[in-house]
Design a protein around this ligand. Structure first.
Ligand code: NAD
Ligand code: UDP
Length: 335
């Protein structure tokens, strides 16, 4: 099948392109490169020995989408979005426009092209502060920032669209904390500026680009006082998209799945695991809690196992080792 991957030059999209090509699919990527570099697609093709089609374009442009859909598309995997929580608080309208308007334009283009299957990047952020952990898919949805709201609205829009015709199929994948890199060290996460997320920040401390990690609070009601998250290897996440696509091809309707390992790890556990993987010391300073952070959240991924036949394979040591290989071999990312 020819799969249109929106945002396919990004972190998760590029790893998913590798998995799709290895599974025998044809791939068309549309990306405006607002948070990525086209070099990644050269590396994806070198890694797989397969070529893909790249449309340099914006999902909010009808013309760009028409170019992407030309040539026959069987399904869409939709990654393209802005994703920085802090930025979304400062510029909510840019997030509403890019994420929500972009998704509406994409669904219109799918309808015009007669494409009936969609796999969507959602996020554990739709659960906000959960009442219970591990979190199941039927937990209350409550968001705490404009980025999260765009994810929730996009889920609702996709669900409504899917309900409008019986032949439509959509899979909403709620990622917990994607980390890691391709084990080759050829592709990985390449954040612009100061990383917001823990793993890329630690990696830059290990490589000497940043002096120390600021641990955002050690007074949470957790065993070591630091925040707990469900870190998930990006290779496992990529594999989940291939399985979700298979599911969307054989089923109709709209379904949501948690993607996580089902295990939580604290900030300090991650620091220790990274020190072990890299052989480097990660100096840490405890600072204030980051506003809006939850103390702990991890997934119950049982539904993804039962319905998609997917379960995470990589452990925390592999996540750290693969992140370190990518960071060590590409200290300036794709630049
Ligand atoms: P990323 O920024 O690396 O990738 C997103 C890609 O989309 C980038 O290449 C960017 O250039 C492109 N893009 C953005 N707006 C576009 C537009 N209007 N038209 C065309 N291309 C556009 O981010 P990522 O980490 O790979 O995340 C992918 C998806 O997963 C996003 O939807 C994100 O919200 C979601 N997600 C990410 C995480 C995470 O921690 N990385 C967690 C949960 C959900
Ligand atoms: N964190 C931290 N220092 C950093 C970045 C993150 O202590 O520089 C903590 C954060 O408070 C949270 C955990 O690491 O407990 C994961 O944060 P991240 O931003 O990676 O994921 P999210 O909070 O969005 O789940």
């Amino acid at each position: 099948m020819n799969i249109l991957v929106t945002g396919g030059a990004g972190y998760i999209g590029s790893h998913t392109c590798v998995a799709l090509l290895e599974a025998g699919h044809q791939v068309t990527v549309i990306d405006n490169l607002c948070n990525s570099n086209a070099d990644v697609l050269t590396r994806v093709q070198a890694l797989t020995g397969r070529s893909l089609r790249f449309v340099h374009g914006d999902i909010r442009s009808r013309d760009d989408l028409a170019r992407a859909f030309a040539g026959g598309i069987g399904a869409v995997i939709h990654f393209a979005a802005l994703k920085a929580v802090g930025e979304s608080c400062a510029q909510p309208l840019a997030y509403f426009d890019n994420n929500i308007s972009g998704t509406i334009m994409l669904m219109q283009a799918m309808q015009a092209a007669g494409v009936e299957r969609l796999v969507f990047s959602s996020s554990a952020t739709v659960y906000g502060q959960p009442d219970h952990v591990p979190v199941k898919e039927d937990a209350p949805l409550r968001v705490t920032n404009p980025y999260g709201r765009t994810k929730l609205v996009m889920e609702d829009l996709i669900r409504d669209w899917c309900a409008s015709r019986p032949e439509l199929s959509a899979v909403l994948l709620r990622y917990f904390n994607p980390v890691g890199a391709h084990p080759s060290g050829q592709i990985g996460e390449d954040p612009r500026g100061i990383p917001n997320n823990l793993m890329p920040y630690i990696a830059q401390v290990a490589s000497g680009q940043r002096e120390r990690l600021h641990v955002f609070g050690n007074d949470y009601p957790t065993p070591d006082g630091t925040g707990i998250r469900d870190y998930l290897h990006v290779m496992d996440l990529a594999d989940a998209h291939v399985k979700a696509l298979d599911y969307a091809t054989t089923h109709t309707g709209c379904e949501a799945f948690n993607l996580g390992t089902g295990q939580g790890h604290s900030v300090l556990e991650l620091v220790r695991a990274f020190e072990h993987a890299s052989g480097r010391k990660i100096p840490c300073t405890i600072t204030q809690r980051r506003p809006g952070d939850v103390a702990e959240i991890w997934a119950n991924p049982a539904r993804a196992m039962q319905v998609l036949g997917w379960a995470a394979q990589y452990d925390l040591a592999a996540m750290c080792a693969d992140t370190w290989r990518w960071q060590r071999d590409n200290p300036t990312g794709y630049a």
